[in-house]
Design a binder for this molecule. Structure first.
Ligand code: GCO
Ligand code: MG
Length: 402
């Protein structure tokens, strides 16, 4: 079997997505997600200019060798652009292998380790009353775990909170918009939100919160400590992970579990946090961390240290990525939770899929391969629109982490 063509499809059905489709001489095709929010065309160019020409004529069955060729074979290694490109090819090759074998990908990864994939949904609102209603809506839909984000009094706009009735979408303009953050106002407000939510919903519901890299280690330690009475399942990305030692300091002060890794691209980004047991959940995902082949490796390392998976699943990761993540989630021993934010309505149609949500669980497709595809004709009706993630400043104008 040979690879005869690889297409890069850039489309914007509600938001931008980059997808590769690998075509073989036998006619079997495979898909992979290559979306890097706000930097889509950089990945598309890397694939078109530097990856695809070298893969035409190769055997699609050689997944590991192709991964090594694209990773080790590139002198300039790692980084989000390169690793998204590798991820997309790797995912598509797993899809092809499943179709050739006549098996869903999770069977190739060792088969089921559980009955379904527990997901968490997003409840967000400007006010506390508003978010209580949103959590209630998720509970009615069957979610067993909910991420809670609210506005902060005194701040005009807060990460994770939708504007008006629209679904949350941070990549809101061609040139980055700006918002203002204050750690003092944030730290004063968040514990009161969780006090109310825990009182309203009782002890069973799993509650999560995303700090989105905006605190210093000692501020994050204070937040974790103040949230302990409300028994969070995790506090996400409390500080940027460029300095893993910052997590040591947080750990010394709080037992609130910590989840990190949505911006990680390789096992090397996660190594210290995992091996020093500085985190409880590793949130790397298929598209940003080198595909199914590499993510499995990260989760296997995590398993040795009692760290569980918590794959990123925001709407900027396409249904192709979610489909692939579910095959991993079902088959690893140390699965924790899977983020489930859903996708814009037009994207659900552009990417026909057979994974399904049943109560608080997602179930991967039982079809051979990943069980997801891209309708290229429909995709062509949604041309790319430049969209950037915002930037954040402190109240005195200093640039901060968004
Ligand atoms: C999450 C993430 C997202 C990111 C987004 C950036 O936990 O789901 O933090 O909301 O901000 O994926 O593109
Ligand atoms: Mg996050």
């Amino acid at each position: 079997m040979r690879i005869v063509d690889i297409r890069v499809i850039v489309t914007s059905p509600g938001r931008n997505y980059v997808t590769v489709k690998v075509v073989t001489d036998g006619g079997i095709t495979g898909v992979g997600d290559a979306t890097l929010n706000g930097r889509e065309l950089a990945v598309a160019a890397y694939l078109t200019e530097h990856v695809i020409p070298a893969l035409i004529g190769r055997d699609p069955a050689r997944i590991e060798d192709t991964w090594q060729y694209l990773y080790r074979g590139a002198y300039w290694r790692r980084g989000p652009v390169t690793m998204c490109a590798i991820a997309a090819i790797d995912t598509a090759l797993w899809d092809i292998k499943g179709k050739v074998a006549g098996l869903p990908v999770y069977q190739l990864l060792g088969g089921r380790c559980r009955d379904g994939v527990t997901v968490y949904g997003h409840a967000n609102a400007e006010t506390v009353d508003g978010v209580v209603a949103e959590v209630a809506r998720h509970v009615e839909l069957g979610y067993r775990a909910v991420r809670v984000q609210t506005g902060v009094p005194g701040l005009a706009k807060t990460y994770g909170v939708s504007s008006g009735d629209r679904p949350y979408e941070p990549a809101d303009a061609a040139v980055p918009t700006e918002s203002v953050f204050s750690a003092r106002r944030y730290l004063d407000h968040v514990p009161s939100v969780f006090r109310r939510i825990r009182a309203e919903f009782g002890p069973d519901l799993m509650l999560l919160h995303d700090v989105h890299h905006r605190l210093t280690p000692i501020e994050a330690a204070r937040l974790g400590k103040s949230l302990e009475p409300y028994d969070l399942t995790w506090m996400e990305d409390p500080v940027p992970a460029e300095l893993p030692a910052g997590y040591r300091l947080i750990r010394q002060h709080t037992t609130t579990p910590i989840a990190v890794g949505e911006v990680f691209n390789s096992i090397w980004d996660a190594q210290q946090l995992i091996t020093e047991q500085l985190i409880d959940y590793i949130r790397a995902t298929v598209v940003h961390a080198g595909g199914i082949t590499h993510l499995r490796r990260i989760f296997d390392l995590a398993n040795l240290y009692d760290v569980r998976s918590g794959s990123h699943g925001a709407s900027d990761l396409s249904p192709v990525c979610l489909a692939a993540a579910l095959h991993i989630d079902l088959s690893i021993p140390n699965f924790g939770l899977q983020e489930h934010m859903g996708h814009p309505e037009p994207a659900e149609a552009v990417f026909p899929h057979t994974y399904r949500l049943d109560g608080g669980y997602l179930h991967p497709s039982e079809e051979p391969g990943l069980g997801v595809d891209i309708d290229e004709e429909l995709a062509a009706r949604y041309p790319y629109r430049p969209a950037s993630l915002p930037v954040s400043r402190l109240e005195d104008g200093t640039l901060h982490n968004w």
